[in-house]
Design a protein around this ligand. Structure first.
Ligand code: KIV
Length: 262
């Protein structure tokens, strides 16, 4: 998958399915399922590391998980999240850290924020680093936003978000993640831009959709937002399997003859 193909999909009004992955095992499964764009999201801070938010994720964490995914899914386009404080301070930081992610195997990076980040996006894209923006509910600003809440409901917020989207497009971003905003606003942004919008909790009108892998597989149930559709129940399956294994061991049923060497 290439960025040119993503742009082509927008022109042809074809939808793009994106999902997160953080390790080789799941990256292979995602690729086998025909999903051609993988986001190594800093959501790994929550679903892999067990933290309350994404703020403590480091560049080293992102480099490690990006390498696992990129090596395991060589045909997919891997987008890697820039973690908190890897781009906020300066455009120089942004370029240096994005470059490290590309050297590790990512084809593009994603950062959060609107017009205020346009200089970072411009600095990166002018040096050949493809960038995805992220607007709406931006988890790295969870404290400033007062929690995980739908954004862009009020008229002034909505028009600011549209301005931010235009500023990121003008700065060279090739796609935008729109998280937790009203479907009508996402439709407006999608129609206003020539770059792809990828929604998560942003309704059906975006050019593509993204979900956190462990949410859609039913593995992570600490907090399940309204926008998640659960396509499997792997936590339930895992609990049943592990309980059966424990019982078999405790009752002397495992290993049996067929699992033993002679
Ligand atoms: O970190 C992440 O997984 C994300 C998606 C939720 C879009 O940013």
């Amino acid at each position: 998958m290439t960025i040119l193909e993503i742009q082509q999909l927008k022109r042809e009004r074809k939808k793009l399915a994106v999902v997160t992955a953080y390790d080789a095992l799941f990256a292979r499964i995602v690729e086998q399922a025909g999903i051609r764009v993988i986001l190594v999201g800093d959501s790994l801070g929550v679903v892999v590391q067990g933290k309350a938010n994404t703020l403590s994720v480091t560049m080293e964490d992102m480099l490690y998980h990006t390498k696992l995914v990129a090596d395991a899914a060589p045909r997919a386009l891997v987008i890697s999240d820039m973690p908190f404080m890897s781009y906020q301070v300066s455009a120089e930081d942004a370029v240096r850290n994005a470059g490290r992610l590309l050297q590790t195997g990512a084809a593009a990076v994603k950062l959060e924020g609107g017009a205020v980040m346009a200089d970072r996006v411009k600095a990166m894209t002018s040096l050949g680093i493809p960038v995805v923006g992220h607007l709406g509910m931006t988890p790295q600003s969870v404290h400033a936003l007062g929690g995980y809440k739908v954004q862009g409901k009020a008229d002034d917020q909505a028009s600011r978000l549209l301005d931010d989207a235009r500023a990121l497009e003008a700065a060279g971003a090739f796609a935008l993640v729109l998280e937790a905003i009203p479907a009508e606003l996402a439709r407006k942004v999608t129609q206003a831009l020539s770059i792809s919008t990828i929604g998560i909790g942003a309704g059906p009108h975006c050019d593509g959709q993204v979900l956190v892998l462990y949410d859609l597989l039913g593995l992570f149930d600490t907090f399940v937002p309204k926008f998640v559709k659960t396509y499997a129940h792997l936590k339930t399956d895992a609990l049943q399997a592990l309980s059966r294994y424990r019982e078999d061991v405790e009752q002397g049923k495992f290993p049996s003859d067929s699992e033993s060497y002679h």
